[in-house]
Ligand binder design. Structure first.
Ligand code: DGY
Length: 325
């Protein structure tokens, strides 16, 4: 029996490409540079090869128009990411296409990235690194690059999903007090002693650091705006490793300039890889290139999970274990 044709939009870790080629008639993207910036290009290539499945990644723009242009042969789209705001899931469902993602396996790595950003923002690590590399460091000095400690600070987690809960556990190791805000209160066994707030105002007023873990999309668009930033304590820290669109960049830049926000750490950006120009000249913001899940171990697990999803639908004729609904 012939193997289903699988269109892979990005270069994947070698062992994942080998697995894909074992199980599917895989049309791999062997380029190191992403080459599908445009959903219509994905649709064109899917038609060209008669793809049954598409293995895409965060940021591949499969909007309604691109989904509408896919050939009828496509039955499943698996994204190499937990986030799926780049895919119009409703449009896919209407065409009978299963959409699946890679939850769980990247929670720890992404929480590690949030912790890294929190430490960079609190301890001015980016500024220090730039000073050393620029040859401007003249030796230890009692008042040089003083940051703030995380010990005893109140961490506010916005979006207490799997990643938020991993971060809560890690931050406890730094002796932080954990607060959270979510659409609903979690069952006690998942709360792990974190303090729930049932209003944004109470949450923002209570915390010293906010770490954002909400999905992208209209519901969270520019959630952290000028008004909410003004409700935080003066000198608070902001961390975002979720989706860039949930922060109002102009408002955050202004708050970083006035000192309302002492420092920020960002891994994700609205319209990335474009970065809001206002961040570039600021010393008190750490900017990472969407590294959230970028560990060897995690990317391997994500690849395996994406292939399991595709195998279920295209080979075993069963539901994808991580179907997005
Ligand atoms: C995801 O999985 O959604 C990340 O943002 C990409 O690693």
């Amino acid at each position: 029996m012939s193997k289903p044709v699988l269109l892979v939009t990005r270069k994947l870790p070698d062992q994942i490409e080998d697995l894909a080629a074992e199980r599917f008639d895989a049309r791999l993207n062997s380029q190191d540079e992403p080459w599908f910036r445009d959903g219509s290009e994905i649709a064109r290539r899917a038609s060209e090869c008669g793809a049954a499945g598409i293995l895409c990644a965060a940021g591949d723009p499969l909007n309604g128009t691109a989904i509408g242009a896919l050939p009828a042969s496509v039955k499943a789209i698996a994204t190499f990411s937990v986030g799926y705001d780049h895919i119009d899931v409703k449009a896919a469902r209407e065409r009978g296409i299963t959409v699946a993602n890679t939850p769980e396996v990247l929670s720890f790595a992404t929480a590690e990235t949030a912790m890294t950003l929190m430490l960079m923002a609190a301890r001015r690590a980016g500024e220090g690194e730039r000073m050393v590399r620029a040859g401007k460091w003249e030796g230890w000095a009692p008042t040089q690059l003083m940051g703030v400690t995380l010990e005893g600070k109140k961490l506010g987690i916005l979006g207490m999903g799997r990643i938020g809960r991993e971060l809560a556990q890690m931050a406890r190791g730094f002796r932080m007090e954990i607060h959270y805000r979510d659409i609903n209160r979690l069952p006690a066994e998942l709360e792990q002693g974190a303090i729930y707030h049932d209003s944004d105002d109470a949450f923002l007023a209570a915390i010293d650091v906010i770490s954002m873990h909400v999905p992208g999309g209209d519901a969270t668009r520019k959630w952290l705006n000028a008004e909410r930033l003004s409700k935080m304590k003066r000198g608070a820290l902001v961390v975002n490793s979720g989706r860039g669109g949930s922060v109002d960049d102009a408002a955050l830049v202004e708050a970083l300039k006035t000192g309302q926000i002492r420092g920020a750490g960002l891994d994700v950006y609205d319209g990335e890889p474009k970065i809001f120009e206002g961040y570039m000249g600021l010393e008190n913001v750490a900017l990472l290139p969407h590294l959230g899940s970028a560990t060897v171990e995690t990317r391997d697990a994500m690849g395996r999970r994406a292939l399991e999803n595709l195998e279920a639908v295209l080979i075993k004729n069963s539901p994808a274990p991580h179907e997005v609904r």
